[in-house]
Design a protein. Structure first.
Length: 315
């Protein structure tokens, strides 16, 4: 059943990914005909973001920074619907103080992110990325097939929705999984044959380490020079969570000086223009923040964000 809100409420979409999806745009306008999407695919910041949202009753927000300075200049805004996962770009306290409600659901893209994470593991371990580039660009026939991930020691930092799905996907590989989380997950770990250990233990002993934590004051630059010096020089690290958790200059140094064997990143401190010298390193796989952007996840995130708005405005 579709509920139409003729011109009563104006909804604006900042997310480029949502705005490019014809199905999601059509669904939004079925419910809110007076809605506008980001047709020029602008990455809104500061005054441009404020001007765009100035007359909006509700907004579908992607990665834009919704801070107190932005919110205090948007007195009409009643509801923010998060497109995607993670609320690190939204000032939750400011929203509470200004009575702006937030719609959010965790784990909506967990299958997509977990799949790409395991894909990264296989690409790194089996040397697929480097050997493909050697053959493609240098016409070099170097037969280095790397190692299997089967029976290897995998470290997962952050056992939320995505971390747990990575565990599920790794089960056929019979890996030894070590994990760390700030939440007590002893029952889950016991049921799934996981060892809960310190981050230091993971760094020192694992063949592949993957990060699935939010970005906050306790996780920013969580992996830096000290941590890379603890890792084995044969190991790999993966980040599909948030840019800023791995300190990029430290990663650059670690890769250049062979402190580790390689890395894979889907997220960066500066998007869409990440650290160029880092991206050009031979043993780094880098993708443009697409881990959560499978067709299925885009639809799921978009429909969830629309559903939050419908529920709020039909109260």
């Amino acid at each position: 059943m579709k509920y139409l809100f003729p011109t009563m409420y104006k909804i604006k979409v900042t997310s480029i990914s949502f705005s490019k999806n014809e199905f999601l745009v059509s669904e939004l306008k079925n419910f809110f005909p007076n809605s506008l999407v980001n047709e020029k695919f602008i990455r809104f910041k500061d005054d441009d973001l404020i001007n765009y949202l100035s007359d909006a009753d509700g907004a579908i927000i992607g990665v834009e920074d919704i801070n107190d300075n932005v919110l205090k200049q948007l007195p009409k805004l009643k509801f923010i619907s998060k497109y995607g996962v993670g609320l690190n770009n939204i000032d939750i306290d400011s929203c509470k103080n200004r009575n702006v409600k937030i719609g959010w659901v965790g784990g909506v893209n967990r299958y997509s992110v977990a799949e790409q994470t395991v894909c990264f593991m296989i690409m790194l371990a089996r040397n697929l990325y480097i050997s493909s580039n050697e053959l493609k660009y240098n016409y070099s026939w170097v037969k280095n097939g790397g190692f299997q991930i089967r029976n290897k020691k995998i470290g997962i930092i952050g056992l939320g929705f995505i971390g747990k799905e990575v565990v599920n996907l790794l089960k056929p590989f019979n890996c030894e999984i070590l994990a760390n989380d700030i939440v007590d997950l002893s029952n889950y770990a016991k049921a799934n044959g996981i060892k809960l250990v310190s981050k230091e233990t993971i760094l020192k002993s694992c063949d592949i380490i993957t990060i699935h934590t939010p970005l906050n004051n306790s996780t920013i630059n969580m992996i830096s020079n000290k941590e890379f010096n603890l890792m084995k020089d044969t190991s790999f690290i993966i980040n599909t969570s948030r840019g800023g958790i791995i300190e990029e200059n430290a990663l650059y140094y670690a890769l250049k000086n062979k402190l580790i064997s390689g890395a894979a990143l889907d997220v960066y401190i500066d998007e869409p223009k990440p650290f160029k010298k880092l991206c050009q390193i031979r043993n780094l796989i880098c993708t443009p923040h697409i881990a959560g952007n499978s067709i299925e996840s885009v639809k799921g995130m978009g429909m969830a964000s629309i559903d939050h708005l419908v529920k709020y405005f039909t109260k």
